[in-house]
Design a protein around this ligand. Structure first.
Ligand code: SF4
Length: 263
């Protein structure tokens, strides 16, 4: 299913409604400086170094590349692949005779729905598996998580990797959207933001803090969908074009300002 918003579009939309609209309908207008491209490269290198600490991790991007709408289904296949329900408590033992092996009940959630707790079986063992760039879709928002580790009880530990050396508010807003989407698809045990320490990775568990922000995020998403139902907003330029990120559409919006100033 095609997504409407992504993490980067949501973050763009928090900065400017016009930038969100351009990101969705005219992204080719974006221009990034050499310095911004270098920062992206540094971020990728740092992320790669952290992923290397999970030698058995499966990288979905190596299989699916830019086909991002295929990521949630493939993620669900991998997470549910070796799901081994054990017999229900009180199930009579098989005393021989004709074999009758009905398909065991599954606790796999449908995409976009909250996973049901595995109350059906005495013990429900999930494969402990680590995925890179696992995809989750909820509320028309697609997010790809840097590192997702599934525990034996089916819960997930999420690691979002940031190359900065401090935990900024923008990192938290980014993480809050991911927590919102992923926790509506699966049970999240911990959500961690990873950033750079003096000579090691710093891992900060933000699970409780992020869980309090769901209502605000739902409102933001609805507001962004409303923006995208209409034409390009005529938002004027200002300080918001530079903070928290330098907007890649500044040259485009500046043209509009110049054209207006001719009259
Ligand atoms: S340059 Fe400014 S007004 Fe134009 S899209 Fe970017 S943030 Fe919005």
């Amino acid at each position: 299913m095609a997504h409407l918003l992504s993490k980067s579009k949501y973050i763009r939309g928090l900065q400017c409604d016009r930038a969100l609209w351009l990101d969705v309908f005219n992204p080719r207008l974006a221009r990034y400086t050499a310095e911004q491209m270098q920062r992206f490269d540094r971020g990728r290198d740092f992320e790669f170094a952290f992923k290397s600490t999970f030698p058995d991790g499966i990288d979905l991007s190596a299989e699916l590349h830019r086909n991002v709408d295929a990521y949630p289904e493939r993620t669900a296949q991998l997470l549910d692949g070796v799901h081994t329900p054990t017999p229900l408590r009180g199930t009579p033992p098989n005393l021989g005779g004709e074999q009758n092996s009905p398909t065991p009940p599954s606790c796999s959630p449908k995409l976009g729905e909250l996973a049901a707790p595995c109350g059906l079986t005495e013990e429900c063992v999930h494969e402990q598996i680590t995925l890179f760039e696992a995809g989750f879709l909820y509320d028309d928002v697609l997010v790809l998580a840097d590192v997702v580790h599934q525990n034996a009880d089916g819960t997930l530990d999420i690691y979002e990797v940031k190359s900065g050396n401090a935990l900024s508010e923008t990192y938290k807003r980014d993480a809050a959207l991911q927590h919102y989407v992923i926790s509506h698809c699966r049970e999240v045990r911990t959500f961690n933001v990873v950033y750079s320490g003096i000579d090691d990775f710093v891992v900060t568990n933000l699970t409780e803090e992020l869980a309090t922000q769901h209502n605000e995020i739902a409102r933001n998403i609805e507001a962004m969908k409303e923006i995208l139902r209409h034409g390009e907003p005529a938002t004027p330029t200002g300080q918001h074009c530079l903070e928290p990120y330098a907007c890649p559409y500044q040259h485009y919006c500046a043209q509009g300002v110049r054209q207006m100033s001719l009259f």
